[in-house]
Design a protein around this ligand. Structure first.
Ligand SMILES: Cc1cc2nc3c(=O)[nH]c(=O)nc-3n(C[C@H](O)[C@H](O)[C@H](O)COP(=O)(O)O)c2cc1C
Length: 160
């Protein structure tokens, strides 16, 4: 098998957003973003220079579920794989549903050397799922809250 090829060009062209951080999870400076691929910059609207040395918390906001993000911390500390989704925000302020896996990359001595995340904007598919829930029950609390987040953003944008 040929292992000598351009890894970066592959990473840059993956369909999912990829983020690599250091292994310090402690706020305010950790985890520090070391790399994001092109799909990530497209999804979030942030340029690479803007996020270098920042933390993934820049994606969080009013409707980000704190239990989800603290769950990530616990999983990574316990050497487990995290998978979850919550509201995140693009640079423009637009909310979107981030669905992501996060786990450690281990070095030769078995110590974590990087945390990575495979990230995807699943707002569209979630909208369809929530619409279906509303068809079954127009008062479905989760679905009503979901569309309220998107409606608030649209209203705020119009008002601006
Ligand atoms: C590799 C990696 C990727 C992350 N990606 C996201 C993300 O896409 N969205 C998000 O809200 N938080 C993300 N986080 C989580 C935040 O960094 C998170 O807030 C933090 O690790 C939990 O600690 P805190 O309670 O100090 O915020 C990510 C963390 C790591 C290590």
């Amino acid at each position: 098998m040929q292992l000598k090829f351009d890894w970066l060009i592959v990473l840059e062209n993956l369909r999912r957003g990829i983020m690599v951080t250091d292994v310090n999870l402690e706020p305010p400076s950790g985890p520090r973003i070391l790399y994001v691929n092109r799909a990530w910059t497209k999804m979030t609207g942030y340029g690479r220079d803007e996020i270098a040395n920042k933390t993934p918390r820049i994606l969080q906001g009013k409707h980000t579920d704190r239990t989800i993000v603290s769950g990530l911390k616990q999983k990574l500390a316990g050497r487990e794989v995290f998978h979850g989704q919550t509201w995140n925000y693009r640079k423009s302020g637009e909310p979107f549903v981030m669905n992501w896996y996060s786990y450690a990359i281990y070095g030769e001595r078995g110590k974590p050397i990087y945390y990575v995340a495979e990230q995807e904007d699943v707002t569209e598919i979630e909208s369809l799922r929530m619409k279906q829930r509303l068809l079954i029950n127009p008062q479905d609390e989760k679905a009503v809250a979901f569309f309220a987040v998107l409606k608030d953003w649209k209203a705020a944008r119009k008002g601006a």
